[in-house]
Design a protein around this ligand. Sequence first.
Ligand code: TXA
Ligand code: MG
Length: 329
Amino acid sequence: MTHPASKTDINYAAAQLKAGELVAFPTETVYGLGADASNAEAVQKIYAAKGRPSNHPLIVHIADAVQLANWARDIPPAAHVLAKTFWPGPLTLVLKRHPEVPDAVTGGQDTVAIRVPSHPVAQALLREFGGGVAAPSANRFGRVSATTAAHVREEFGDTVACVLDGGAADVGIESTIVDCSRATPSLLRPGWITPQQLEAALGAPLAAPDADAPRVSGTLEKHYSPQTPVMLMEGDLIIELAHSLTRQGKRVAVLARTALQPLIEKIVWRAAPADAAGYAHELYANLRELDQAGCDAILVEQPPEDADWLAIRDRLNRAAAGSGETSPD
Ligand code: TXA
Ligand code: MG
């Protein structure tokens, strides 16, 4: 399909969803691989296409908070506050599920994850379709999320016929996930909306994460990974290691925010933006590009410790976890 998705493309995609087919679509975080959330058979196609175990729950995307009651029950006031403050936007709420939500969506849990995306193409698709769209990130299981329509095609080829193009995803990393199914809201996955922003909206602290929290598959230690081993380190170590590896005849890729001196020849280099928003926006495209360079290692400069970089640190740590071993996915 042509960029950007036209009204005809959106009508066609909504009809595909109604017919139980998969549709990949842009959101402001990353691209999603969607199916009609009320159709268990359609939802199964997502797991098959991703190669994802079917006990991993999916996020239901809806056009606005008015539809919440179709998917969740016993919605606490805190969830309404967060929805009012951050929707449409990069926030997912985990709530007690409505009895009619298929097990295929929730992985059989008593909770359901819900999000109202702000991307205009996602909004147009959800409004035209009318129901909820279950959608994980549009990448094969355990791999780097897709932030452009071209990335989605790289991941799925012809297995996903309908890919709506909405340009490069604005935020670039997956939504913040907050559990609101228990007494005090808690953070399940960091994202662009920070714990500080959530606490400011709630006027109360988040609960500390604990063992009883609902499962989040993105918390598998290794996740969001390129095929090439990823190593996180400070800039001066990057220079040292890159020298030593290139001397051994190895090919090295580097992702750095600062201009590392002296510049080393023969390395594949990506300069990442120095601000957190810019860095997040380009992160997955950078990792994809460096992964495709056929190097022996991707050396990534350690991100700053500031609160703004929390979600980026989370994704980089996961990309680097277990590097060099075979992916458990
Ligand atoms: O930004 C995003 O959230 C993107 C876009 C497409 O919306 N979606 C996304 O989906 O990242 P996915 O499937 O890659 O990650 C969703 C996460 C998983 O870690 C899953 O375990 C968690 O949400 N999740 C879904 N339902 C849940 C539930 N009921 N309880 C706890 N975690 C849940
Ligand atoms: Mg994902």
